[in-house]
Structures are given as C-alpha cells and as structure tokens.
Design a protein around this ligand. Structure first.
Ligand code: IPE
Ligand code: IPE
Ligand code: MG
Length: 255
C-alpha cells in the first residue's frame, strides 16, 4: 500500500528532504478569527481555509509526506450556530467537486475518520465519491477527520472489543496495544496510524479531542498563524522544526 518514498521537492535549503515526517496531522484552527480580523463573516474564513487545504495537500504530497491527517469537523463542532454548521457541511461538496482531478493527478488517496453517517446525504455522497474516485491512488493519503472525536473513537473501540469478549470470540487477556490500535478509526492507515508531527494553528495550545491514542509520541508544534494564512512555507518551517527534535520514546538519546 505504501510505495517507496518519492524524491521530495523543496526550495528550502534548511529542510532535509531525506527526513520528512511520514505522518503529519493538523488541527486546522483560526478560520473564524482570520475572518473577524478582516471584518468578514466567519464563513469567509472557512472558505479561505478550504483553499489552504488544497495548497497544503499538494505541498505535503510533493515533499514526500505519506499521510496527512486534517481535523475538519469535531464531534463538538455541532454546538456551533446551525448556519455555520450548515456551511461547514457544504464545504466537502465544494472541495471535492473542484479538487478530485488534482488529487488524482498528484496520486493522493482520500480516507476519512469519524462518523460520516451523521452528515447530510449530499456531504456523505461527496465524501464517499472522493474515496472511490481516488481508491487506486497509491501516493500520499489525505485523511480527513470529519465528525471525528477521539473520545468517541475510544468508546467505539472499547464497545466493540467488549462485545467480542462477551461473545467469547476473544479473551480479555488478548486486549493489548495492538488490538486497541486495530479498533481505532485510524486502523486503515496500518503502520502509519500514529502521527510523527502534530501541528495546531491559530495560537491555541490544546488538542481538542484529536487523535488522543495516536499522538502518544508525536512531536507537537503550535503556531500563531491562522489556518487560512498557513502555506507551503509554514509547512516547511514546521518540518524543519520537527527535524531538530530528538525523539526518544522513553528510551535514551543514543540508544
Ligand atoms: C477551525 O476554525 C475550523 C473548524 C473548527 C471547523 P474555527 O472555526 O475554529 O476558527 P476560530 O478558532 O473560531 O478562529
Ligand atoms: C478543533 O478546533 C476542531 C477542528 C479544527 C475541526 P475548535 O476550534 O473546535 O477547538 P476549541 O473549541 O477551540 O477547543
Ligand atoms: Mg477554533
């Protein structure tokens, strides 16, 4: 499923093209504040944020990232005014109707985490069509978190495992890290399920229910840039910072 690493393309001399994080996850935040700063309605920020998704997807794919996970709508975002929720629900339709040919051209495959059955029918169709239309692409995976919440994901995994134990299919002794991982919504990403780098834009420094299980050993980066202003250079800067980190996974630096 995951082919050999393509040669990365970058003009940034500080970026080491041989040490690109395999999986980058982004909490795309700050659309509303970006718009408010310009005296525009919040939805103008979401519209511009969609353009950023296109720019960053192509940049990540060209840099050789293997999985790009984007937090697009959380299980808590339903609390927003219905006019904003409705607009956000239309965005995947707009996004995929114009962008699928580019995704195919860049060999990018679309996947989704989250309960999309709760989305309006037209949104579900747009998402499912994009998944189907890019199913043969074997370059970068563009993994959208849509109506995704990590606690919801963990609850679902726990229920499923408990049902299997109750049915006698497995013993509680078999519950381990691997079994939990296999029951997470990220399981389809296989060995690449855990982000190497998690970026949050907009200056907020919290996780807001995103990939809690998977980010146990991710490098975390917070930038003040609002998502609509994030671009290829911001992504490269984030990767350069990542390349300066020392990941130890609980061990020692040199082991
Ligand atoms: C992120 O931007 C997009 C979604 C959560 C859907 P926000 O809409 O949260 O923007 P701010 O945080 O209010 O500025
Ligand atoms: C997190 O942003 C969710 C997404 C980016 C989709 P929020 O704006 O919803 O998070 P909080 O409410 O500031 O924690
Ligand atoms: Mg926000």
């Amino acid at each position: 499923m995951f082919g050999k690493k393509e040669v990365s393309s970058t003009s940034n001399a500080n970026l080491d093209p041989t040490r690109i994080p395999n999986h980058i996850a982004i909490i795309m935040d700050g659309n509303g504040r970006w718009a408010q700063k310009r005296h525009l309605p919040r939805i103008a920020g979401h519209k511009q944020g969609m353009q950023t998704v296109k720019t960053v997807t192509i940049a990540a794919s060209e840099l050789g990232v293997k999985v790009l996970s984007l937090y697009a709508f959380s299980t808590e975002n339903w609390k927003r005014p219905s006019s904003e929720v409705n607009y956000l629900m239309q965005l995947p339709i707009k996004f995929f109707s114009t962008f699928v040919p580019d995704l195919v051209k860049h060999n990018v495959r679309v996947m989704v985490m989250g309960d999309i059955t709760k989305l309006p029918a037209g949104t579900q169709k747009a998402v499912n069509d994009a998944i189907k239309d890019t199913a043969d692409c074997d370059g970068m995976i563009l993994n959208f978190a849509l109506n995704y919440g990590s606690r919801d994901e963990i609850i679902r995994a726990t229920k499923h495992i408990a049902e299997r134990v109750a049915a006698g299919e497995i013993s509680s002794k078999q519950i381990d890290e691997q079994l939990l991982s296999q029951n997470m919504m990220s399981a389809k990403l296989g060995d690449l399920a855990n982000p190497d780098l998690l970026i949050r834009t907009s200056g907020e420094e919290r996780i807001s229910n995103f990939m809690l299980w998977q980010i146990a050993y991710s490098e975390l980066e917070f930038t003040d840039v609002y998502w609509p202003d994030f671009d290829r250079t911001s992504l490269e800067d984030a990767i350069i910072e990542f390349q300066g980190r020392h990941r130890r996974y609980g061990g020692l630096k040199n082991n």
